[in-house]
Design a protein around this ligand. Sequence first.
Ligand code: SF4
Length: 457
Amino acid sequence: MTEVQQAVPAMPAAGRRFRAYTAKHLDGLAERAGLDAGERLAVRAVATVLPFRTNEYVVERLIDWDAAPADPIYRLVFPQSDMLPEADVRRIADLLAADAPESEVRAAVHIVRMRLNPHPADQLALNIPAIADEPLPGVQHKYPETVLVFPKQGQTCHAYCTYCFRWAQFVDEPDLKIATDEMSRVTAYLRAHPEVTSVLLTGGDPMIMGATVLRRYIEPLLDERLGRIESIRIGTKSLAYWPQRFVSDPDADDTLRLFEEVAAAGKSLALMAHFSHPRELESELVSEAVRRIRAAGAVIRTQAPLIRSINDDAATWAAMWRRQTRMGMVPYYMFVERDTGPQGYFAVPLARGYEVFRDAYRSVSGLSRTVRGPSMSATPGKVCIDGIVEVAGQKVFAMHMIQARNPDLVGRPFFARFDPDAIWLSDLEPAFASKFPFEPDPQEPFALWAPEMLAVT
Ligand code: SF4
């Protein structure tokens, strides 16, 4: 038995304190999954580039160890040896095996990370707002009505997803991080921007913060001078990775009282809950957490990316949406795996993603059809694949923008040439136009729906 296995009780009680497992526990846990020494070294090499963290609840309550390493929840949190290019994994594994100086390992790791597009959608270049020409780091303002705030103490998660598009937030590269604790500057910015009606606290996972710290970020948003703010959203995977946060943690009740204050201030509080697999919904703890959050006046909307080998089939999504609806949550988004980190490993082609979405969507009741997708959160906005159709003899993707940096483009359909292998917007070519509507050239009209011309394939 490994040191890790000895340290982990078989079935932690609901009231146990949070305990994280980090890189130093990885080898023992990978051994538990049946990996041999060579595979474990490769896994450690991957975990030197991308972040690894999990916890007792995920390890003992969610993972099916009899099915590991193929188990979807195991794959959700444990790095895979082939997630990164083979040459990169081998180079770093060789350095680890040779016990190379830390500076040498760090230099090699840095080179690999910079090839992984750490900030997709030009987050660092395009979306940082300013007050009187002074940048406001840790805040993103991409769409007119919504501002994202990255609380400084909320930039970790209860466990890290292997496919995470925010992986750069969690690695030892300070220049890649987005975070703020300057709420007075954030509220000053919001007061000066009446177009903003919604604030999203995101991370990492803001629910990693205790109630007292969370209050420092939420309370200023309830100021009556910010009466135009209609909704506060919190992006979180805590319901899946640590539901105790809302049930039995020492500050669970204080957190729910804070949620009640948001409702009492006349604003909508929405937990944007990240669920990747139906198994994450099965625990009685999750049901109780959902019940308590809803009783505090908050709504829970659910979202996740479509990920190869974790949730890339329609039955999995239909089961998730049904269960979420039954529990009183609102299915909201199916995302496309973003163009960063191990995208090549986890991506599902857009054509296949559309099929998965449609097959799942048509098999659930209208109450679950609140969900949108598959949607790409790309530089110009959120681009949704609406279908694969034939127009004037040409097979194309029909698409529209759910959100757009240019609000005029929201909801306006357009087409891309069908490509069965495309995994991201940048792989697509416009159809019936020389450019996509979000590409700069105001002279050029873009292709519009002509329903009578369409034949659904
Ligand atoms: S919970 Fe979200 S931010 Fe945290 S690791 Fe998973 S995908 Fe990334």
